[in-house]
Design a protein around this ligand. Structure first.
Ligand code: ZN
Length: 407
């Protein structure tokens, strides 16, 4: 590769870091979901698998689950989504993007329940995700990123759908008979999946822009303290990216720390003509300036720093062949920003272990929005999340997705 090509390639990678400011008026910050509609859809969904105690028994792969999934897919199509079932049985509803090559933003939850479950666990997040898509359709919103509503298959008995989605569902688990004697593969076929193509369901790390899930708290902290929203922001991870893969700069998490290695070609500084050089330090300098310029170009409190630079071999008479540097970005947390914009009382919460979101955290930034569950009851027909809290949660989800889509 010639020097000019090398720098051009590097510059393209640098521009991929760009935090693109939102264009045009930001009236989307005033957009709200239709609260009556999302609560009506929750009531409608509760018909499928209704149990005498007032909750639902909508165990994954049963007739009740299949009927509930059909209902959800109808709503998704009404919301303008292109709907399909992936090989592991997840329901995927896509809203295509206006920009090429933007990574998808995923949001959703599950609609299967435990035996004798309630009407809110999973359902609030699922119906709200569809409501967000419906609201965006009514606003004729032009999303940059593909927006993907996901209803995960079989959350309750082992996060089956989300594990398949990240490639963590061993083939042996598909073929061995379950507690009821039926192999998982047969059950997945029942709901429209294709377990023979399991590998096609798999998503690699770095393949999504973010995953956001709204869920009832499954604890009583919010209810006891009279708070409206709980915010779970994902685990801060140390990611090792090469320079061509540092496009994800704003996630849900507050701090991003990237170790970047730039490969050039070390050569004699006295005899190598200028147009024959691949100087890794020049690329590093451009990247350092770009981080500063880009972070300043967006309104907000985010900061970005290149604070460490190691030049190899680091000799005065050798063209730098490799540079290791660190980019650290601290960006105001997206869900917290959405909650602040809605003037809702809130609290940061521990991460949501036991949810599909914990699987998704392995392939991209993840965040969860919790709404109060009265007395902290879940996995029971007595589950209750008040309609206003459902509406609040759906609005936070809407505003979070919109914020993520601006980046
Ligand atoms: Zn759940």
């Amino acid at each position: 590769m010639r020097r000019r090509d090398f720098l051009r390639t590097t510059a393209a990678a640098v521009s991929a870091v760009a935090l693109r400011p939102g264009t045009g008026p930001v009236d989307w910050k005033d957009w709200r979901v239709t609260g009556d509609r999302v609560n009506q859809h929750l009531t409608d969904l509760s018909r499928f698998g209704a149990n005498p105690q007032g909750g639902v028994s909508r165990v994954a792969f049963t007739d009740a689950d299949i009927a509930g999934r059909r209902f959800a897919m109808d709503l998704m199509r009404q919301a303008g989504l292109a709907v399909h079932i992936d090989p592991v049985g997840n329901i995927i509803g896509e809203r295509a993007s206006s920009a090429r090559n933007a990574l998808p933003i995923l949001f959703g939850s599950h609609i299967d329940s435990v035996p004798e479950g309630g009407n809110y666990d999973g359902d609030v997040g699922s119906m709200s995700a569809i409501e967000v898509a419906q609201t965006l359709a009514e606003r004729a919103y032009r999303n940059r990123h593909p927006l993907t509503v996901v209803i995960w298959c079989d959350e309750e008995s082992g996060l089956t759908g989300s594990r398949g989605f990240i490639g963590d569902l061993p083939p042996a688990e598909l073929t061995s008979p379950g507690r009821d004697g039926v192999p998982l593969a047969d059950k997945i076929r029942r709901i429209g999946g294709d377990p023979d193509r399991l590998a096609d369901a798999r998503h690699a790390p770095g393949s999504i822009a973010a995953y956001v899930e709204l869920h009832i708290e499954q604890g009583a902290i919010l209810d006891e303290r009279g708070l409206e929203i709980g915010i779970v922001e994902g685990i801060v991870g140390i990611h090792h990216y090469d320079v061509t893969k540092i496009g994800i700069v704003e996630g849900i998490v507050g701090i991003h720390h990237y170790d970047v290695t730039i490969h050039g070609f070390a050569n004699h500084a006295g005899t190598t003509p200028m147009d024959r050089r691949r100087n890794a330090l020049l690329a590093a300098a451009e990247l350092t300036l770009a981080v500063d310029r880009i972070v300043r170009s967006v309104p907000g409190r985010q900061v970005g720093t290149v604070g460490r630079l190691l030049v190899h071999p680091g000799a005065p008479n050798v063209i730098p062949g490799q540079v290791d540097l660190t980019v650290e970005l601290r960006i105001r947390a997206v869900i917290a920003d959405a909650v602040a914009g809605l003037n809702l009382t809130n609290q940061l919460m521990p991460s949501g272990a036991g949810h599909d979101a914990q699987d998704l955290a392995r392939i991209g930034p993840m965040g969860m929005i919790f709404v109060p569950s009265v007395k902290g009851i879940s996995h029971s027909p007595l589950e209750l999340t008040r309609p206003q809290d459902v509406t609040n949660g759906a609005n936070v989800l809407l505003q979070t997705v919109l914020r993520l889509d601006q980046t």
